[in-house]
Design a binder for this molecule. Structure first.
Ligand code: IMP
Ligand code: MG
Length: 178
């Protein structure tokens, strides 16, 4: 199988945008008693950089939900690991790596909304959904990217490539016919 990685967003570009985004979000949402909710595992790299760039005090927590297997959606969103924090009455910011169909995020927001947060906002490093004209919910987006599979800076293909400090488009020649 032939694999090609092509840099889409350099480490420098990502780091600069994350700092900008942290400033933007920090000034735009209610931040008292703020909790960042990272969606495992993809958002970990983004969350730690974002957290350090955010000038207001905050706590962090994590959830793991099922969404993707390989490169295609299963259409089901399940909680595999829940929050340890009670979010009732708190200002919550979901930190996501990429919004593709928007399915994961919309289910997640529904599930968290019923727990009675004071506010529920979303910051996503990447969005493919906006490019498709989908998902108009209020959210902060780092980069709008083309509808292509990407890896690096937390994003994986079968758990590989997360550690790359940049984001690259990934393509391969299919070895089996569907
Ligand atoms: P959605 O439910 O279609 O919005 O999918 C969102 C989730 O799918 C993300 O949180 C990622 O875990 C995964 N995903 C979507 N696109 C990519 C990609 O290009 N590379 C790696 N993972 C992706
Ligand atoms: Mg994810």
């Amino acid at each position: 199988m032939q694999r090609h990685l092509e840099v889409l967003l350099s480490e420098e570009k990502i780091q600069a945008r994350v700092k900008e985004l942290a400033e933007e979000v920090g000034h735009s949402i209610p931040t008292d008693n703020l909790l960042l909710v990272g969606i495992l595992k993809g958002s970990v790299y983004f969350l730690t950089d974002f957290s350090r760039a955010l000038s207001v005090p905050h706590e962090i927590d994590f959830m793991r939900v099922s969404s993707y297997e390989g490169e295609s959606s299963r259409g089901v969103v399940q909680i595999l690991k829940d929050l340890e924090s009670n979010i009732e009455g708190r200002n919550v910011l979901i930190v996501e790596d990429v919004v593709d169909s928007g399915l994961t995020l919309s289910h997640l927001m529904e599930m968290l909304q019923v727990r009675g947060p004071k506010s529920l906002n979303v910051v996503t490093l990447l969005s493919k959904a906006l490019a498709r004209g989908k998902v108009a919910e209020s959210k902060f987006v780092g980069f709008e990217i083309p509808d292509q599979f990407v890896v690096g800076y937390g994003l994986d293909l079968g758990e590989a490539y997360r550690h790359l400090p940049y984001i690259a488009t990934f393509s391969h020649e299919a070895s089996t016919a569907p």
